[in-house]
Design a protein around this ligand. Structure first.
Ligand code: SF4
Ligand code: SF4
Length: 409
């Protein structure tokens, strides 16, 4: 190892905060086991974190102190060797707290870099979400449902050590598996976690993604104003008033569409999205009233359509809708675009009915871990079955879960 290595961990703020910290800290502890050095830190602009908002941690590993200090002359790396994504829906892009617009999840990867995603999806499905890059990189899947703990409780499902074992496999010149194992023994004093890291090391699935392969959509771009264009006396422009909508089939003009800030598209916070069965809607307005982000457009025919560019996926609309399965939250990974459901329904009602039925029946399970008491424990058993132990014959850990101290420490 003759240079420093940079690893970024992209995670969902609060829900995965402790998990991300375990991964970046574990890398530095492992570096010390090999006589190397390192530093682990969170992205400055990501604090204060909010539920589900994309956020980042970094770990820099270096052969010696001088190389580390030289690397840290720039606080946030402009290029990384490994990007870890601990929730696959983040593959659609990330818009972090204090960032400006949507960014591809693989943006910082250099040529030949490694993108590690925890997912139950295959390479093709992930590449429908991950934006195409102009250099080749390696995509690695760590099998398992995303590890969502929720607020300040960390449920230990071994995702942290499985990621560490995977990184040892993908970048052996940075850290060996022996160093990772030694760090886990010292830090967690749990031989089962060592076993999990070793299994992840041997089971990781990888493919090389050539240039131009992936989601072809152009992520958000902007041009900074020059000094001649700076408007006087104002930093943030007003959002203009909303207006009426035109029905794509009848041409009828009416309803109301609230305007939203065009520069901040909050859909990257979303892990689930509402699917609406317009034929069940009784036009009670509760979803429109309760949506915290004013996402519902009132259509000319008096229905309520979600603006997917703005929906943060909080699930409030599903909770307040009085009609069963009129609004159903579905795993975000089941969708590839943000098009209007109402326009789809208007254009082809029969096709839309089939689309809704398919989406709400075949949806991969998804929750923030605290929707139902006991839900997370059930999900961890599923993880044991699909990720760690084929057939589910092995347990993940003591009593399946471990609750860390309050405060997410
Ligand atoms: S999930 Fe429903 S309530 Fe929440 S932001 Fe989206 S549309 Fe609004
Ligand atoms: S809450 Fe449900 S029934 Fe009421 S307007 Fe919204 S979608 Fe229709």
């Amino acid at each position: 190892m003759d240079r420093s290595y940079a690893v970024e961990i992209i995670y969902r703020g609060i829900f995965q905060k402790t998990l991300a910290k375990h991964i970046s800290r574990g890398l530095v502890l492992a570096a010390a086991k090999e006589g190397k050095t390192g530093i682990s830190f969170g992205r400055y602009g990501d604090s204060p974190e909010r539920n589900g908002i994309p956020a980042k941690n970094f770990a820099i590993i270096a052969p010696d102190e001088v190389t580390l200090e030289e690397s840290m002359a720039q606080y946030e790396p402009k290029q990384v060797d490994v990007t870890v994504v601990v929730d696959d829906t983040l593959c659609k892009g990330v818009e972090s707290w204090a960032w400006y617009g949507l960014q591809p999840v693989n943006r910082l990867l250099g040529p030949g870099g490694k993108l590690v995603v925890t997912s139950m999806l295959g390479f093709d499905d992930l590449l429908k979400m991950i934006h195409a890059k102009d250099v080749p990189y390696e995509l690695a899947i760590v099998r398992g449902i995303p590890s969502f703990s929720g607020l300040w409780v960390f449920k230990d499902d071994h995702t942290d050590v499985r990621i560490l074992g995977t990184i040892a496999r993908l970048v052996p010149e940075m850290l060996s598996l022996a160093a990772i194992e030694a760090a886990i023994r010292d830090e967690w004093k749990d031989e089962l976690k060592v076993t999990s890291a070793r299994k992840a090391y041997s089971r990781v699935e990888t493919t090389v993604v050539p240039p131009g392969v992936g989601n072809p959509e152009q992520p958000y771009a902007f041009t900074l104003p020059g000094w001649r264009e700076m408007p006087e006396g104002i930093a943030i422009r007003n959002i203009p008033m909303g207006g009426a909508i035109t029905d794509p089939v009848t041409g009828q003009v009416g309803g109301y569409r609230a305007a939203v800030n065009p520069y901040f598209k909050k859909f990257t916070t979303r892990t689930m999205r509402p699917v609406i069965d317009f034929e069940k809607c009784i036009k009670c307005t509760l979803c429109w009233l309760q949506c915290p982000d004013s996402c519902f457009d009132v259509t000319p025919d008096g229905l309520y359509d979600v603006r997917m560019e703005s929906c943060c996926g909080c699930g409030v609309c599903e909770a307040v809708c009085p009609i069963e399965h009129c609004i159903t939250m579905v795993n975000e990974s089941a969708f590839t675009d943000n098009r209007s459901q109402w326009e789809m329904w208007k254009a082809d009602r029969e096709g839309y009915r089939a689309w809704v039925a398919e989406k709400i029946s075949a949806r991969p399970e998804r929750a923030h871990g605290f929707r139902l008491r006991g839900l997370y424990q059930e999900q961890i058993k599923a993880l044991a079955a699909v990720g760690l132990a084929p057939g589910g014959e092995e347990k993940v850990g003591r009593e399946d879960t471990t609750e860390a101290s309050a405060g997410g420490a």
